[in-house]
Ligand binder design. Structure first.
Ligand SMILES: [Zn+2]
Length: 585
């Protein structure tokens, strides 16, 4: 109606007046300014870092961990919502922004039903693929990301921005360096048998060769890991109850890096000690800083990607448990390494040009013997005994023995044909479930058909197992232990080779830090419940790319408001308790 009236008015306008009307000013469209992008994405994943380590030990940190909290966005209620809280699973989740039900990395290793053997998440049977060693090393095996069913964030970034992105990852563990990188990368490097190695699908880099030769792990032979703070600064007893230290180490500090025998040269035990020490964290940090220098990361046309998987905290946690001086001390030293890393990035890439995320792949349960001192119900869920009970129950129904092919973590795999038969044999299935529930420490048993296709459910544990369920790879039955009961696969009569572990849907395994800092990040403390699966979608939002199969969401509460974004790198806000309050909606 308004348009018709206006047109009619124009027609009736006297000709003279129309001639005097000044010409219309047509705005010439200016080229829209593209949103600014970070020059470098830095992903830091600390293996087995519980969220409460930040709360407990922050006051003792002065370096990079402290800076992440003070200058960054600290998500204090971050937790994995799925059951399979293991290393390969967590790193693939952070890397892809998807749950294991989507990315398919359901465990560090699983039972391959076709091959009838255990396979690791990165083992690649392709005869054309092989691992390659730096500095003359000749590693075994072939590891790639071929089993990861979706691309990583880094792969998507490189693909969607015309290949200008360089992707570089480092870790002690293959399953970490590989899942963080994706199917291809400019460098994905891990540690095996005393050397840095990679796979033929990634290829080698001259700067890593140079570092492997000039600063080999064996150069740390003979060093001693001693307490770095005054003794009264440590929370726990000098001897962690129930600890199982690496070969050649005592239960108490100091821990000498001299192998098992204390002999004159590096042996396999020395390399285990090294990987369980702060020296390995420092070596990873140095490699990352070399990568920044050699490849000019953050200085080229695209957004580059650098990821470090800090593995030693995991080895230390498995050996000494979360209530140990070893955990407290290795974090003090990691804080220093990260301080050095950020100082290097400030100098080379520029403060405000890079964005960092730090998280963990899972937490850890206290050592059962330690937990028992509180009077709590805690113990060892002995999986070999459970397997025997199930086999025995099925023998009564004339099933072939052994009916169970493998129990791996929570997953029970039956021999070929057995589970298909059980699904139509209610009496035998009930006998199996009853037998499993008789094993001390078992809280519940779930069947695969309860978890398929992400069922709508009110049960947080069914939902957790469903988020981890990937058809063909996951087990037939799933064992939920009681809280504080450790899944233990130690053969009967053998001593346990570790103090404690992780891998179940309880908060001690699921609750991990999520910290973001730098380009586009609004500092503060955030208590919204989030998960590490949200990191990749947040990176994707900052870089303006799309993830195909994400299960996470953008951590929008910690992003600077868009007005600041379009006009270049953001001003850095200083952390204060009051500014933290203001960031909450
Ligand atoms: Zn791990």
């Amino acid at each position: 109606m308004a348009a018709a009236f206006f047109l009619a008015g124009a027609i009736w306008l006297p000709a003279r007046m129309a001639a005097q009307t000044p010409p219309l000013r047509v705005a010439v469209p200016k080229a829209a300014k593209a949103p600014a992008r970070p020059k470098l994405i830095v992903l830091l994943v600390v293996d087995q870092m519980r969220a409460d380590y930040v709360d407990k030990f922050l006051g003792q940190w002065t370096g990079g961990l402290r800076r992440l909290v003070e200058d960054g966005a600290w998500f204090r209620d971050a937790a994995y919502p799925y059951a399979a809280t293991e290393t390969c699973v967590g790193h693939a989740t952070i890397s892809t922004g998807a749950f294991p039900a989507t990315h398919g990395m359901v465990a560090n290793a699983w039972w391959d039903r076709k091959e009838q053997k255990m396979v690791t998440c990165t083992s690649d049977p392709d005869p054309k693929v092989k691992n390659i060693g730096y500095a003359g090393a000749t590693p075994q095996g072939a590891d790639t990301a071929w089993r990861m069913a979706v691309p990583s964030f880094a792969e998507e970034l490189k693909f969607q921005t015309s290949g200008a992105t360089r992707v570089v990852t480092f870790s002690v563990k293959a399953r970490v360096a590989i899942t963080m990188a994706g199917h291809k990368a400019d460098a994905a490097t891990w540690f095996d048998g005393g050397s840095w190695v990679t796979s033929s699908v990634y290829g080698t880099q001259p700067f890593i060769e140079e570092q492997a030769k000039s600063h080999p792990a064996k150069a740390d032979f003979g060093k001693t890991w001693a307490l770095s703070l005054p003794e009264k600064a440590y929370w726990y007893d000098e001897k962690a109850l129930g600890a199982v230290p690496p070969n050649g180490w005592e239960l108490t500090f100091p821990h000498p890096l001299r192998g098992k025998s204390g002999a004159g040269e590096p042996d396999p035990d020395f390399y285990s000690q090294w990987a369980s020490s702060p020296y390995a964290d420092t070596a990873l940090t140095e490699l990352a800083m070399k990568a920044v220098d050699a490849l000019n990361l953050g200085k080229a046309a695209g957004t580059d990607f650098l990821a470090i998987g800090y593995s030693p905290v995991d080895y230390v946690g498995h050996a000494f448990g979360p209530r140990s001086r070893e955990i407290q001390d290795i974090l003090v030293r990691l804080d220093k390494d990260l301080g050095n890393l950020f100082a290097h990035l400030d100098a080379k890439v520029g403060r405000g040009n890079y964005v960092v995320a730090l998280s963990a792949d899972h937490g850890v349960v206290p050592v059962p013997e330690d937990m028992q001192t509180t009077g709590a119900d805690a113990g060892l869920l002995r999986l070999p005994e459970l397997q025997e009970k199930i086999d025995k129950a099925l023998a009564a129904f004339k099933y072939p023995k052994p009916a169970v092919a493998r129990i791996s973590g929570s997953d029970v795999y039956f021999a070929p044909g057995v589970y298909d038969k059980l699904q139509h044999d209610h009496a035998a299935m009930q006998a199996v479930l009853n037998a499993a529930l008789e094993q001390p420490g078992v809280a519940a048993v779930y069947r695969a058909e309860e978890l398929r296709d992400r069922p709508a459910t009110q049960s947080p544990t069914v939902r957790a197992f469903a988020y981890s369920y990937f058809p063909g790879r996951s087990g037939d039955l799933f064992i939920l232990p009681k809280p504080y009961w450790l899944l233990d696969s130690t053969p009967p009569g053998k001593p346990r080779s570790y103090g404690t572990g992780h891998g179940v849907p309880y908060n001690y395994d699921q609750h991990v830090p999520v910290l973001l800092m730098g380009f586009g990040i609004q500092p503060g403390q955030y208590f919204q419940p989030v998960t590490p699966v949200d990191i990749a979608p947040t990176f994707a939002a900052l870089c303006g790319i799309t993830l195909s199969s994400r299960d996470g969401h953008v951590l929008s509460e910690a992003l600077e408001k868009s007005a600041a974004r379009a006009s270049g790198p953001p001003a850095r806000a200083k952390f204060t308790p009051s500014s933290a309050q203001e960031t909450k909606p």
